[in-house]
Every structure is written in C-alpha cells, then in structure tokens.
Design a protein. Structure first.
Lengths: 178, 165, 280
C-alpha cells in the first residue's frame, strides 16, 4: 500500500468523522408549557378595637371619668381605601348591669382623627346613635385609616353593690361609597 | 509513489469516499426528531380573591395550585430536567404589581399524575425527573402573594413557564 | 373608726377592659346577577383574640342631610315598590367564630321571586363582630365593683342584584363652593339616571386665577336616588383671591370590580370661589 500524503489522510479522516456525525445527528427540542398565576384583590373595610377602655380603680360613691386623651381611653381604628367616606354611629348603654343592679355610665366623649393622636389634628364629637361622616386618610388606591377615641364616666353610688357590671357598646361603620 | 500505484490506491478509496461525499452534501442541517416529552399547562395557579395586607399562600396540594402535564410519547423511559421561569410579581397593568414568592416546597412532581405520590421540589432549582414510557406525569405549583395594605383592587395576572430539557 | 369604715367601702377595681377585636370585610360592593346567582364576601380577623361574627341583610341606601352629610337610610320594612333584595338574598353561614388571623368566606345566594321585573335591587350586608367577655383583673377577685364592656363592631357594605340590561347616569346641579376656617366645602346635588345606582368618583380641583392647581380632593360617589353631599378638604394655604372649582364625575373607581362598573360619559361643572381678606 503506497504511503498516502498528509492531505489525503486528513481529508479522509474528516470525511469519516463528518459521515459518522451526519448519519447519527438528531436532537429533541425543549418543550414548554405555560400557565397563569391569577389573583383578584378586593378592597376591604376594617374596624378593630386597638386599645381598651380602662376605668382602673373605682370607689363607691366616687364618679370616675376617662377622657379621650387619657391613657385608659378606648380606641378604634377604621381601615380601607384612602379617602373613603364612612358613616359612624354608636349604640351606647346608659347603665352597666350586674344581676338586678345597675351602674350608671354616661357622658360619652369622642375624638376623631386621621392620625393616631387624641390631642391634636382631629375633632371632638359626641358619640350617639346619629351617624356622622368621616373620611379615611390618604387618597383612593392607597391605604387609608381613621382613629376613634372614646371616653366615658361611671358613677357608682355610695352603696353600690359589689359585682361584675357589664354591657355592650356597638360601633357601626357604614361605607357610603357604595 | 508510481502513477499506477496511486491509481490503484484511489480506486480502493473510492467506495468509501463517494458515499461519504454524498452524505456530506445531504447532511447540511441537524435533524430534529419529534419531542419525546410533551408539556402542557392545564390549570392556572389561582389565588382567588385576596385582601390587601393579608399574605395568601397556595400550597402545591391545594385546589388552586397550578398544574402542568408531561406526557412521554416515546417507547422508552425518559429522564428530563424541569426548569421554571418564575415571575417575581403579578401585574394589574399600569405598573401596579403584587410580589409573588416561591419556597423550597412550592412545586411537586408526580410520576403518576396524582397527589398521592407527589415529590416536592424547589421550583427555583432545575429538577431532574424520570417518566415511564407512554405515561403522563404532572407538576404542581403553589406560591405566596404578599399584597401591601394599600394594594389597589383589581385582577392581577402573570404567566409562568415550565421547560423540559 | 371612720378610716376603717372608709376602707371597707373602698372596693378596688383593677383595670377593666373594653375587649379589642374587629373584622376585615371585602369587598365593599358585591354584585350578583341571574347567571352567577350568588357571590362571596371575604372576612378576616386581624386581631389576637377570637371574635364571634354574625351576618345579616337589611335594605338601605345612602342619603344626605341639609348639611351635606351622607348616611345610610335603613328601612326595616321596605314596601313592595322598593328595590329591596334583603328578603331574598341569603347568607351562609349566619354565624361563626373566627380565630385570630383566620380568613373565612361568606356565601351570598339570591333567590328572587320568579316574577321579579328587570332592574337593579339592593341590600346591605351587616357584619357584626363581637369579642368574648373581657378578662377582668382584681386584687380581690371575690368582691368589689368590676366593670366589663363588650364591644360589638358592625360593618355595613352594599350588595347589588342586577337583572337584565343595566345602564346608569348622573346629573349634577347646584354646585357651590366656599372656604370656612381653612376648610373648602364643595357641595352639589346629584340625581341618578337610568336603571342602576350610579357608582363613581367625584374629582374636585381648585385652580387659582393663573390656572395653577392649588387643591384637589376625590371621593367615591354612590347615587341611588338623589344625593346632595358636601365634600371638604383642608386648604389652609389659600390666599384671598378668585379661584375656580372644577368638578368631574366619572367611574374611575379602584376599590370596586371594574367589570361591574357601568360606564357613563364624564359629567363636569364648575363654580367660582372668592376668598375675601379677613377684616382685622
């Protein structure tokens, strides 16, 4: 067998490689599938009590008042769409009851603010069954809030019978934008 | 090399080189065979109605989890790698978005297609699976949405793609 | 001995509490039609204590008084000519106890009379959330005056039932504006047109004499029959001079399902505003 030239040997080898490669070349294409993630955001209205109305120590015959700016004042927060208007009203008891005994409660006082302060930037109101309007802070499309502070006076008699005196305070918030 | 010897050499090579040349002329491209695994998105990841400020999670086992089917059309068991293109947020339009996140067990692979034998995995990391011949496996996907307190109301959406390699 | 008698009467009460709790209700407007037959409302307890929740329906709609305040008129016994859906929209469940951070869904199902004419019918969904008995503390648990107050928080949102093709509109008249103690009051009378309540947005902008916007405010607007609200916004920096107050009413609401909002052509009007210098 005569010796082949370098060029011939290279061409032959390349042809063999390419021939082998061309005859066996097949690739599976990558496959994809697509879904969507979906969600519908609902605009809520939220009412929550954030601070308890605390009368602390109460003595028979000694009226005790908690002012809206006192540390023991009750506080509620209303949250919702910024700038939303709500109608707020209260159903307030005049007595707290323990069995057949009553403990008068009254002189309810209120303070309304769009910031969490019971001393400035807001307005006083007298809580009652008559609804009043208030607007949450902010503008539509942002989170808005409103803060309501409550105070009251309990008037135990000198012969107030010991016991647990209770009743229910109802705060109603109606969204007026719908 | 003498001339008659070179001629004898090329006559011997001709049967090899000629078919090779024909093949080279014909094999100008790589042949793409039919896919052995067919992937399809069959159910959206549905968070439903959510409220601002409240984080909502869909587990891979929940009814709202997204689902893909992977069908092995070949006659052999096939091993493939699952790769997700995960979004970072759902969109309302106009630039309003809700962040979405996925955890190490947000996705699950079931060779039988049911939750009974699902194996959780991290959708952020390519995951290699095996699918038997002529079987349809299933991939489940959950996630977590974190709408902010002032999230605007509306319908949000984003596509999620699964690729097999 | 007087001081002993006084001491014996000094029944001490440790801090007493008004239970703190509440509920998140979404959405604030729910829409039902004969095809859907129902809808759902999401509730969420954001507090740290369980709350007892009760759900009911009542007929009501926004009205305004002579001062422009908007409240809800609730009618416990609406007559047959009213658009009340309160008697035939049911809620499931009616009561539940929600644990802290728990989310629940309330289903609404409409069962209207077979002969119900086409139109839009309304009811209000009243969601009451009541906490448990307050935990009272006392140094002398077996005696003394103990005061406990239960808090019942009620949230009221709107529900609409639409049968047939709906259309709506609103007219705006009687626009007037004034500034009182640094607060801008803009009042107008809105009257509904069409077969459905108008749900939209009122945009108020104030321009000075050079056309520069110096104040603006937006408020959602819901007109069922007629409404004369006054919209207010603080404008402490407005100087004496002449201004124009522009009002625009459209349906650009981000808080409601946009698919449920009925389109209208925008309604516009304006009023002049003059701020006079304060006399010293």
């Amino acid at each position: 067998m005569p010796r082949l030239s370098l060029a011939v040997r290279a061409a032959t080898a390349a042809a063999a490689v390419l021939t082998f490669t061309a005859a066996g070349a097949s690739v599976a294409a990558a496959q994809t599938g697509t879904i969507n993630a979906t969600a519908t955001v609902l605009e809520p209205i939220t009412i929550s009590g954030t601070s308890e109305l605390q009368f602390g120590t109460v003595f028979p015959g000694v009226a005790k008042t908690i002012a809206v700016s006192d540390a023991g004042a009750g506080e509620f927060t209303v949250g919702g769409d910024g700038g939303a208007q709500v109608a707020v009203s209260f159903n307030l008891p005049t007595n707290l009851a323990s069995g057949g005994n009553n403990l008068p409660i009254g002189s309810w006082a209120g303070y309304l603010n769009t910031t969490n302060s019971a001393t400035s930037g807001g307005s006083t109101f007298t809580p009652s069954g008559t609804a009043f309007n208030a607007n949450l802070s902010g503008t539509t499309g942002t989170a808005g809030s409103m803060f309501v502070f409550l105070g009251a006076t309990v008037t135990p008699t000198i012969t107030q019978v010991a016991g647990t005196y209770t009743n229910t305070v109802t705060m109603t918030v109606a969204y007026t934008g719908t | 090399m003498a001339l008659h010897e070179r001629e004898r050499f090329w006559r011997r090579l001709r049967p090899v080189l000629l078919p090779a040349a024909v093949l080279l002329c014909g094999a100008g491209s790589v042949h793409m065979r039919a896919p052995r695994i067919r992937v399809a998105g069959v159910q959206d990841l549905t968070f439903g109605k959510i409220v601002p400020g409240v984080t909502t999670t869909i587990l891979l086992t929940d009814a709202g989890a997204g689902q893909y089917t992977l069908t092995n059309q070949s006659a052999r068991t096939v091993q493939v790698q699952l790769v997700f293109v995960l979004p970072t947020a759902l969109a309302l339009g106009g630039g309003t978005t809700i962040p979405i996140s996925f955890g190490p067990a947000s996705a699950g692979f079931s060779p039988s297609g049911s939750l009974a034998d699902v194996v959780p995995f991290d959708p952020a990391v390519p995951f290699t699976v095996t699918i038997d011949s002529k079987r349809t496996a299933r991939v489940f996907l959950g996630g977590t949405l974190q709408p902010v307190a002032g999230q605007p109301a509306g319908s949000y959406t984003v596509p999620i793609t699964l690729t097999t390699n | 001995m007087t001081w002993l008698r006084t001491l014996s009467l000094a029944w001490l009460i440790a801090p007493t509490a008004l239970a703190a709790q509440g509920v998140l209700v979404a959405p604030t407007g729910v829409f039902i039609n004969p095809h859907t037959r129902g809808a759902s409302v999401s509730l969420y307890n954001p507090g740290r204590t369980p709350v007892e929740v009760s759900i009911s329906t009542a007929f009501g709609y926004p009205v305004s008084d002579s001062l422009g305040h908007v409240t809800l008129r609730m009618e416990t016994a609406p007559d047959s000519t009213s658009r009340s859906a309160a008697s035939w929209i049911e809620t499931f469940p009616h009561r539940m106890v929600m644990q802290p951070s728990e989310r629940r869904v309330v289903r609404l199902l409409a069962r209207p009379p077979a002969s119900l004419p086409e139109g839009e019918y309304w009811t209000r969904l009243v969601v009451s959330a009541k906490g448990g008995q307050v935990a009272l503390q006392s140094p002398t648990p077996d005696r003394g005056i103990r005061v406990g107050l239960l808090l019942d928080v009620r949230t009221i949102v709107a529900v609409y039932y639409r049968k047939g093709l709906m259309h709506t509109g609103v007219t705006m008249t009687g626009v007037r504006a004034q500034v009182w103690h640094g607060v801008l009051h803009v009042c107008a009378r809105f009257t509904r047109e069409g077969s459905a309540a108008f749900l939209g947005m009122l945009h108020v902008t104030v321009l000075d004499s050079s056309g520069t916007q110096v104040a603006s405010v937006q408020r959602p607007l819901a007109v069922y029959y007629s409404l004369s609200p006054c919209t207010t916004t603080a404008v402490p920096a407005l100087q004496p001079g002449r201004y124009m107050v522009h009002l625009l009413v459209d349906t650009d609401r981000g808080d409601l399902d946009r698919a449920a909002l009925l389109p209208i052509a925008a309604v516009r009007d304006s009023a002049a505003l003059v701020i006079v210098p304060r006399t010293p």
